[in-house]
Design a protein around this ligand. Structure first.
Ligand code: PLP
Length: 432
């Protein structure tokens, strides 16, 4: 299968090129040239199949021209090492818990799939693949943990000294093996500038195989469709229409849900739920799409003013904006609403994180306006990951999950780095 750029349908590349390049040269996002539709009778069987078995079926439909059956199994097995349980919160309302991976957020799915796929695609190359990642926290931890111990790939994480929370820092500075953390004496933008300069440096790219693993890469984006199929298969069969509510920032997760729907999963509607960074809800409610500076909120992994996956959403609807606006309803909430939702749902015996809270609110508003649905909201992070906000909302202490607490015991190992590109380049050239 070939992949085309959202900026130019005639620019088509192989899977390997789309994954290693990440972004098309014209700055477009790669998309599969053909979206396979799964037979209905196969999907009927999903309720009897494991998450992994569902994964093989879907990944085979997308990648069987490029990967062998055993590679597909290896890829899915490496990705789905943890469950995504569907938990009932109230009548007709379910939480899809995507936080049971190593860094307690849904990005673990994409990062694990991406790492394994990259290592398969460079297997024949004599060069080691070097993944450069600039992070202000979350991306670094998901990517580092996803790539940990994967053959043929070295990960170099750049983070701003003193600007990342101690717990987040521990999640990518204590791992060792093929993960190296550079503590940059600067801010996040300095880290990002160094990475961008490295990709543009002809000399460096001749000697080294460099790539990024950012969230617009198809290898991070596509596997996110798996848990929509899985969750759907676990819903009670009560004949109601199904709506999925997705707390969104860059809109990769929602886009993957739409991909699942395009592959034949009968999701009736989607809710695009955001915090006050509401460019997409505004667009869905009739305004022109207009990027904005981002605004800090309590659901800070969604503080995005210029959602990078937006062109992918339009492309999934074949450019038909009316179809898009019919299928996806937009809602947004401020921090006060978010905190109140955490408190309300706690009283029902379920603890939300601030991102899941935004999804819950969107789902409830949709269901009030459109009776007769059964709804699922995506719980994208463990509440313990946003402990400060959740503890303040609830007025009580949260227990830190064991696998998060375990990171705190590891020893931080970093290489100090200045802001100059010459220093960074020197480091990369000398890195073996
Ligand atoms: C990244 C992230 C989001 C937003 O996901 P997108 O795919 O960028 O829309 C939501 N919640 C959490 C916890 C995240 O880390």
């Amino acid at each position: 299968m070939k992949y085309f750029s959202t900026n130019n349908p005639n620019h088509k590349v192989s899977l390997a090129e789309a994954v290693i390049k990440g972004l098309a040269p014209d700055n477009g996002l790669y998309m599969p040239e053909r979206i396979p539709v799964l037979p209905q009778d196969l999907m009927m069987e999903f309720s009897e199949m494991s998450f992994q078995e569902i994964g093989y079926a879907i990944i085979s439909a997308l990648f069987s021209e490029d990967l062998s059956a055993s590679q597909i199994r290896e890829l899915v097995d490496h990705t789905l090492t943890f469950d995504a349980p569907l938990v009932q919160v109230e009548e007709d309302v379910y939480s899809l818990e995507l936080f049971h991976g190593p860094t307690l957020a849904f990005k673990d799915f994409g990062a694990r799939f991406c790492s394994k796929l990259m290592s398969m695609l460079v297997e024949k190359s004599s060069k080691t693949l070097r993944v450069l990642v600039a992070t202000s926290g979350d991306t670094g931890s998901a990517v580092a943990n996803g790539f940990l111990g994967v053959d043929g790939v070295e990960v170099i994480i750049l983070f701003p000294k003193g600007k990342v929370s101690p717990l987040q820092e521990k999640q990518f500075t204590t791992l060792g093996q093929n993960i190296t953390a550079l503590e940059v004496d600067g801010v996040f933008d300095d880290c990002q500038t160094l990475v961008k300069q490295a990709f543009l440096d002809g000399d460096l790219n001749e000697k080294l195989l460099l790539t990024s693993a950012n969230s617009i890469n198809i290898a991070r984006w596509i596997p996110q469709c798996l848990y929509y199929f899985y969750a759907f298969s676990r819903l009670p069969k009560i004949g109601k229409k199904v709506v999925f509510a997705v707390p969104s920032g860059n809109f990769g997760n929602l886009g993957a849900g739409i991909l699942a729907e395009r592959m034949g999963l009968p999701i009736d509607h989607f809710v695009a739920a955001t915090n006050v960074n509401k460019v997409v809800p505004d667009y869905l409610n009739g305004a022109a799409f207009q990027a904005q500076p981002s605004i800090p909120t309590v659901s800070n992994s969604m503080d995005v003013g210029n959602p990078s996956n937006f062109p992918r959403l339009i492309t999934l609807f074949g450019g038909d904006e009316n179809l898009f606006k019919e299928k996806v309803k937009g809602y947004f909430y401020n921090d006060g609403d978010t905190v109140k939702a955490i408190q309300l749902v706690q009283s029902k015996g379920y603890t939300l994180d601030p991102h899941g809270a935004v999804g819950y609110l969107g789902l409830k508003d949709f269901m009030v306006e459109n009776p007769g649905y059964v709804g699922v909201f995506l719980e994208t992070a463990h509440p313990g990951k946003f402990r400060d906000v959740v503890e303040e909302a609830l007025g009580e202490k949260l227990e830190l999950p064991e696998r998060l607490a375990a990171f705190l015991e590891g020893e931080k190992k970093v290489i100090p780095m200045g802001k100059s590109f010459a220093e960074f380049k020197g480091f990369l050239e000398g890195f073996v």
